[in-house]
Design a protein around this ligand. Structure first.
Ligand SMILES: *Cc1c(COP(=O)(O)O)cnc(C)c1O
Length: 403
């Protein structure tokens, strides 16, 4: 189960009831066009800004929409290349294709996040930016990524859909790049069923993000936050509804205590496993800033990982990641370069397909890590003793396998 999903309670109910009682389901006006100044959406945005220590947050309809809005705000279009980790969610790839750009796939390292050295290897004259994914509760190593990107004039977009509430070197994740997104989908850290947010320190990117999400408009509410300076362009409709915002406001307040609880369970589990020769752990660039709802270790071989997963499974413990994130090279749309317009799109100029850079064999390191990994998910409702039990079982099975 998702973390926030387990905690839906009185505060969510109270807020949603208030929206329905007031018949104010649209953020910009209430019944009969009545002014509706203190919308839940605007309050969620203020809460998002405070949580991330950035001046601008924008609520949108999903994390996928947030990615498309962010890429549009950055001006990504046909001919532009964006570097993304090959180990990433559908939308990291699809949002770039949707705005006409070309996703360029990069290896991950033992953090299971983008390997900073890939920026140099994949850079071409058409590269515009880097989309960093903070995979399952652990922020990427942002300092080298941002340094290497900036040195080449590239922007950095942080996809924080899976790691809301994390920090890196004492600063909130989502405040490091030029722009960032998060998601409130059912399986994420907090949930509104569907929902998302865009975060930025740039008034210009904020205005462009608003216009991307609201038909190209830039309404009075946003003008008061940053005066409009951009031309109108045809935007889409990715606005956040008040029902979504009502739930989001309640859920965001749950993040800090939730993370404290999950970390305590993780520590209890981890203490039972201890260190085992041959077993390596997912590298956490800043151990003070991750969540801990999914801990990863790597077995020496893929067979050993499979065996440990199977035997722990027989003892009632599931050791697979709670996410649909996996290598893009295994997805149908990469295998056949299809877009909504057939093959017309960013990959039409390749004579043969799959072209180098889009085949599984182009990512040996990522595939090796993926085959050897064991994911240890810990929900927010786990007690410390349940978590410790998982750790003990896992230690036994790993030692048996390595004996
Ligand atoms: C879930 C997810 C998204 C998309 O969020 P939705 O709200 O489901 O559209 C984007 N990126 C990553 C890494 C995700 O895990």
């Amino acid at each position: 189960m998702g973390l926030g999903e387990c905690l839906i309670g009185a505060a969510e109910l109270r807020n949603v009831t208030q929206v329905l009682r007031g018949q104010t389901l649209f953020r910009y006006y209430g019944v009969g066009n009545a002014p509706y100044p203190n919308s839940f959406a605007s309050r969620v945005e203020r809460a998002g800004e405070k949580m991330h220590d950035v001046p601008y947050a924008l609520g949108v309809s999903s994390g996928t929409a947030a990615l498309e809005v962010a890429l549009g705000a950055l001006g990504v279009g046909p001919g532009d290349e964006v570097i993304i980790p090959v180990w990433s969610w559908v939308s990291c790839f699809s949002a770039i294709v949707r705005v006409g750009g070309q996703p360029v796939l990069a290896e991950v390292d033992d953090t299971l996040n983008l390997d900073p050295n890939e920026i140099q290897r994949l850079m071409t004259p058409r590269t515009r930016g880097v989309l960093v994914v903070h995979y399952q509760g652990v922020p990427a190593d942002l300092t080298p990524i941002i340094r290497l990107a900036k040195a080449r004039g590239l922007w950095v977009l942080e996809d924080n859909a899976e790691s809301l509430g994390t920090s890196y070197k004492g600063k909130p994740v989502g405040s490091w790049g030029d722009i960032a997104i998060c998601s409130f989908q059912q399986r994420k850290v907090v949930t509104t069923g569907e929902g998302g947010m865009v975060l930025t320190r740039s008034a210009k990117l904020y205005e462009r993000a608003v216009r991307m999400s609201d038909l190209g408009l830039y309404r009075a509410e946003h003008q008061t936050r940053a005066p409009g300076r951009e031309l109108m362009f045809p935007g889409s409709n990715f606005r956040m509804s008040e029902m979504t915002a009502a739930v989001a406001l309640a859920q965001l307040a749950r993040v800090a205590p939730m993370i404290r609880k999950v970390r305590a369970s993780r520590d209890a589990m981890r203490a039972q496993i201890g260190e085992i020769p041959g077993v390596t752990w997912r590298r956490i660039p800043d151990p003070k800033g991750d969540i801990g709802f999914e801990t990863y270790l790597f077995m020496p071989t893929a067979e050993q990982a499979r065996a440990v997963r199977a035997r722990a499974g027989e003892r009632g413990i599931t050791l697979t990641p709670h996410t649909g994130t996996y290598a893009q090279t295994a997805r149908e749309y990469v295998k056949n370069r299809s877009t909504h317009a057939g093959i017309r799109g960013p990959f039409q100029h390749f004579e043969t397909w799959p072209a180098p850079g889009y085949r599984p064999e182009d990512f040996p390191r990522t595939h090796d890590l993926a085959e050897r990994l064991i994911a240890i998910p810990l929900g927010v409702l786990f007690t410390k003793s349940e978590a410790a039990h998982i750790g003990r079982v896992l230690r036994e099975e790993i030692l048996r396998e390595l004996a």
